[in-house]
Design a protein around this ligand. Sequence first.
Ligand SMILES: *Cc1c(COP(=O)(O)O)cnc(C)c1O
Length: 235
Amino acid sequence: MIRDNLEQVKQKIKDACDRAGRDEKDVTLISVSKTKPLSMLTEAYEAGARDFGENKVQELLDKIPLMPEDVRWHMIGHLQRNKVKYIVGKVYMIHSVDSLRLAEEISKEAVKQQTEVRILLEVNVAGEESKFGATVEETEELVQSVSRLPGIRICGLMTIAPFVENAEDNRLYFRKLRQMSVDIERKNIDNVSMNVLSMGMTGDYTVAVEEGAAYVRVGTGIFGERDYVKGMVNK
Ligand SMILES: *Cc1c(COP(=O)(O)O)cnc(C)c1O
């Protein structure tokens, strides 16, 4: 089942790339495995998945040692400063950096571990009150400040679009994030590249790909609905 789902999602990504005149190799599918048991992650891995997304530090730390070493782990959920030290050096990228204080904590830990941490700045493009993320207005200044911190490499921007019935309703937000990345790239800020746009989830990833997503984060479309009551890691 997971193998079929993965194939379907990949095919839809390819179709979206064809429509947009993009190369499918420029889009990475992140399998969002939060709340899902190891058996399902393993199934996805065996079907070729290598990029996995999780949104809770503890769950990440539980799963990392149980999966093969070539998995690239993406931290996509809200991150508290006091948990930064547990994941630096273990995850491939942190998608959810939305404040200078959080970035400073990541920087401090990166320097301590003599490593460099790839991050994306999370932008609340739609200005939803319930969402984390920097506002559109403050993003450029945030990029400037974070870019001066040692041990951090800004790779691009991330957004979580509103929950909508019709994916087309989110097109303007994806387009806006892309425009922001183009504007920031033009400033040629040291330590900053805007190669990565992390946008699009199960409901709207094809639209996000059409609008330039480099990473799409798909959970339900690969692993099925989440059950938050049972949602535990089965070992
Ligand atoms: C859960 C989650 C996803 C995946 O959501 P689906 O709708 O299940 O594809 C993507 N991004 C973030 C940040 C998430 O927390």
